[in-house]
Design a protein around this ligand. Structure first.
Ligand code: SF4
Length: 136
């Protein structure tokens, strides 16, 4: 049986790193928890710059267009993450590989705000530690 590849917006790697159980709605927050649980199994992911498995339950997703209502901003974040990580759009790798690169190239050198400093959640991420269980 082939393992399903999870399509993940590149900048969501950072959202996951600092997730503290808060989000756009209760449904979204519960969904986020279930995705993080899934990622703990270290699945194969594909880095994308459009709506993904996390966006599916977000109230900011415009369903008819399957597009975020801040599409330009979040897509820019996705592209910056991919560039900072030295990866490519649509690249396939494991979640653990991706998260290690994000940590080494963005989070540990404190470059996160260069990418998503304008996000509404910036202050929360700035004051939070990386979820320890993600750091293996
Ligand atoms: S729809 Fe937009 S705000 Fe919601 S999770 Fe996706 S990228 Fe983030």
């Amino acid at each position: 049986m082939t393992e399903e590849i999870i399509k993940l917006r590149a900048h969501h790697g950072m959202c996951i790193a600092y997730f503290q159980g808060q989000g756009y709605s209760e449904i979204f927050t519960e969904h986020m928890k279930s995705i993080i649980k899934l990622l703990k199994e270290n699945p194969i992911i594909q880095l994308i710059t459009r709506a993904d498995i996390i966006c599916e339950k977000c109230p900011n997703l415009i369903p008819k267009r399957m597009k975020c209502n801040t599409a330009a901003f979040v897509q820019e974040c996705d592209k910056k993450v991919i560039t900072f990580c030295g990866l490519e759009e649509n690249q396939i790798l494991t979640w653990n590989e991706f998260f290690k690169i994000i940590c080494e190239r963005i989070l540990f050198p404190e470059k996160r705000a260069l990418i998503c400093g304008q996000c509404q959640w910036n202050n929360l991420c700035a004051l939070s530690d990386i979820n320890p269980y993600l750091l293996k």
